[in-house]
Ligand binder design. Structure first.
Ligand SMILES: *Cc1c(COP(=O)(O)O)cnc(C)c1O
Length: 397
């Protein structure tokens, strides 16, 4: 059949360009050790930054909640799918990360849906969305779906953004950014972005998928990017995901109560989808308790990041300048990144190669992620392998 032949041709072309994507089936729970095809590997691949996806307290909460609440929500939130665990989780999240006084929180089934919801609810025809060029795909998809004018500015370039905002005659303006860039590990200049939002009366949408649970020091450890920078504003629409550092699934928006009420009533990604199982909300409340209470976990993760960067200093490949658990090693060429990932795999390490379109062409990389469940020994083993595979550079960097 012609339709199928066309697809197969496309797949073959993708494979020839080093862009084939396939899944690996894992026979063990999420963690630093994963069993695949009868082999055990050390994984540096997940977003489970705090090692909570299989934490005993979180698992116990899910188990107890399954007994208490069953497994399904049975309907969308507005019909009859909104349960006490959802409400309790939203209150806890709003109180903890609320970006302004009296902020409320709203949970979604995924971060992808939450971003689509925010952008389509707050912007439409005649409006303009300004987006960092390295934003996550779902912010871009949300912008396209909103039908607002979509303006992308160079990565972290406040001056460029300012001139674009100044030139815009859009009715409503919205700035959207990842707080921690998912494939680079660096931070958005949020204080500068908020200043521009103030100057041009724009919303500031902060996607903290990789900062929630991780960023914020001391008593604020895990509160995320807003705590890290000490930002409070009614213009901030904060989105945190709950399937990464929080270890479970879903996402939430924390914002002024008018924003949350608008999302509840108008966001199609909220209205027309079945609520997440209430047992997940209970698991997340247990996860939040660990994030807030277990300071040693945050300290260990920070120490691992420091150790890894120290060990990588002599390497000739470029480790991107990141202080987060996302530690990308820039290789450049698709095939070379794949070959390096394969060689690590052969040596017992799972480190994914990230290629276009996830990252710009010519910037294929290993996306090394560290978690609080790793040990210093794990870090050293990976560093040893990488140093063996790459010739050390002669000049110190
Ligand atoms: C993972 C991710 C999302 C999507 O969140 P999900 O809950 O996985 O759908 C959104 N934004 C960024 C920056 C992400 O990394």
């Amino acid at each position: 059949m012609k339709l199928i032949e066309a697809l197969e041709r496309g797949l073959a072309e993708r494979a020839a360009a080093g862009l084939r994507r396939a899944r690996r089936t894992i026979d063990s729970p999420a963690g630093t050790r994963v069993d695949i095809d009868g082999r055990r590997l050390i994984a540096f691949a997940s977003n489970d930054y705090l090692g909570l996806a299989n934490h005993p307290d979180v698992v116990a909460a899910a188990r107890a909640a399954a007994s208490r609440w069953g497994v399904g929500a049975a309907a969308s939130h507005l019909v009859c799918g909104h349960y006490a665990p959802h409400a309790a989780l939203e209150e806890e999240l709003a109180a903890w990360v609320g970006p302004c006084a009296g902020a409320r929180a709203l949970t979604f089934s995924s971060g992808y849906l939450a971003n689509l919801a925010i952008l389509t609810a707050l912007a439409g025809r005649g409006d303009a969305i300004f987006a960092d060029r390295l934003n996550h795909a779902c912010l871009n998809d949300g912008a396209l779906l909103s039908r607002a004018q979509f303006v992308r500015y160079p990565h972290r370039d406040l001056a460029n953004l300012r001139s674009r905002l100044a030139a815009s005659s859009a009715r409503r303006k919205l700035i959207a950014t990842d707080a921690v860039f998912s494939m680079d590990g660096d931070l958005a200049p949020l204080p500068g972005l908020l200043a521009l939002a103030d100057e041009f009366d724009a919303w500031l949408v902060v996607d903290d998928a990789h900062g929630f649970g991780v960023l914020g020091g001391g008593a604020d450890a895990g509160r995320g990017a807003l705590a890290h920078f000490g930002l409070v504003s009614e213009r901030i629409v904060y989105m945190g995901t709950l399937g990464k550092a929080a270890g479970v699934a879903g996402a939430f928006v924390a914002a002024h109560s008018a924003v949350v009420a608008t999302l509840v009533e108008t966001a199609r990604m909220y209205v027309f989808t079945t609520a997440a199982p209430p047992l997940l909300a209970e698991a997340l409340r247990a996860s939040l308790a660990v994030i807030r209470g277990d300071r040693a976990r945050h300290a260990h993760l920070a120490a691992l990041v420091g150790r890894f960067r120290d060990r990588m200093r002599p390497l000739s490949w470029q480790l991107l300048p990141s202080a987060t658990p996302i530690q990308p090693l820039l290789v450049g060429d698709n095939a070379a990144a794949l070959a390096l990932s394969r060689e690590l795999w052969r040596r017992g390490f799972w480190v994914p190669a990230i290629r276009p379109p996830t990252v710009p062409a010519g910037t294929a990389r290993l996306r090394i992620t560290l978690t609080a469940a790793h040990t210093f020994g794990d870090i050293d083993a990976l560093a040893d392998a990488l140093l063996q595979l790459a010739p050390p550079s002669s000049a110190p960097r």
